[in-house]
Design a protein around this ligand. Structure first.
Ligand code: DP6
Length: 321
């Protein structure tokens, strides 16, 4: 009754921020993401009658703060398989958690994949994506590799692969500007925005257009178009965050400085653009072959603590042994 799985974070280029159905965790906006290769979460799930309760450790430390969400995910797995035992969940990551690097996306995609296998539940990737979405909507996308979409018309949507990572190999540089956990989680932040940002309705109304345009840019491998839509969509989401009362400000000084440096790079003809999630890290997406120029442009920025280079990667998968 034990299995282990690996999943990688994904970075949304058209973002999800806000829910149309809080109970089922269905996003209000369609999203489109790329799954990374270099970062990972590896999660082992073990159901046993010896367990007196569910338990969770992340990078060797017991984490009660996330246990409720993990128990809810395990309950969904138990319901569908008839399992009654509690589970030990232990997860390791090669990147800081809760700092805007999509740790919940990788974590829940790995948890659902390992959990289904531990219980002998042979679910399709689509069904695992649906289950992962119920825990964290961005996790639905990490079930798949490459370019992935999560549409929102269905009452219980799953993500879908749009284009394989091998078809259009982009690079991503993750510019880490802080490793501290963020103060307001994405879940809490987006619910606050829905209640208390005057820009929220405009954000939701304009999302399908951004999504359709980005989808077309991916399918035509039109980097310039994808860059324009992604940067505009990211800044629009941060405008919603900033206009929430009280304001949600996920950036720090280095975040802004790195944005300006990426704009300079683009102005000099380097095919690179930025995107930022609910945290201060900046992800720079580029065509291959520009790593040195990107490094040089950002590495001496005060406040930059690390630069992680990644290509696009595969979806969640079981680990042997
Ligand atoms: C800014 O998927 O973490 O990264 O569904 O409440 O768990 P929950 O939210 P979560 O939100 C991700 C928000 C984002 C944009 C994105 O990944 O699309």
């Amino acid at each position: 009754m034990q299995a282990a799985a690996q999943a990688q974070p994904n970075i949304a280029l058209v973002k999800y921020w806000g829910k149309q159905d809080i109970k089922r965790n269905v996003p209000a906006t369609p999203s489109l993401s790329i799954t990374l290769d270099a970062l990972w979460a590896r999660t082992t799930v073990r159901f046993s009658e010896e367990n007196e309760r569910d338990s969770l450790s992340i990078n060797g430390i017991t984490d009660p703060s996330q246990l409720q969400r993990v128990t809810a995910a395990l309950d969904r797995l138990r319901r569908l398989s008839g399992e009654t035992n509690y589970a030990d969940v232990s997860s390791t990551t090669n990147f800081p958690v809760s700092a805007g690097l999509a740790s919940s996306a990788a974590g829940f995609a790995a948890l659902v994949t390992a959990g289904c296998s531990a219980l002998g539940a042979d679910l399709s990737a689509q069904d695992r994506s649906r289950l992962a979405r119920a825990s964290s909507a961005s996790a639905a996308r990490s079930v798949f590799g490459g370019f992935v979409e999560l549409q929102t018309e269905q009452p219980d949507p799953a993500a879908q692969p749009l284009l394989a990572e091998t078809e259009w190999p982009l690079n991503v540089a993750v510019i880490v500007t802080s490793t501290r956990a963020k103060q307001t989680s994405s879940t809490a932040g987006m619910n606050q925005s829905a209640r208390a940002s005057v820009f929220y309705d405009a954000w939701v109304d304009s999302a399908p257009r951004d999504f359709a345009d980005a989808r077309r840019a991916v399918l035509h491998q039109d980097f310039q178009m994808l860059a324009d839509i992604s940067e505009a969509n990211c800044l629009k989401m941060h405008a919603v965050m900033l206009s929430t009362q009280p304001a949600l400000m996920y950036w720090n000084g280095a975040t802004v400085e790195v944005i300006l440096r990426v704009r300079d790079l683009r102005a000099r003809g380097i095919p690179a653009f930025f995107t930022i999630d609910a945290g201060p890290q900046v992800k720079i997406v580029s065509l291959p072959g520009h790593r040195a120029a990107i490094e040089q442009a950002v590495r001496d920025t005060p406040g930059v603590v690390d630069i992680i280079h990644s290509s696009l990667g595969a979806g969640a998968r079981l680990l042997g042994g």
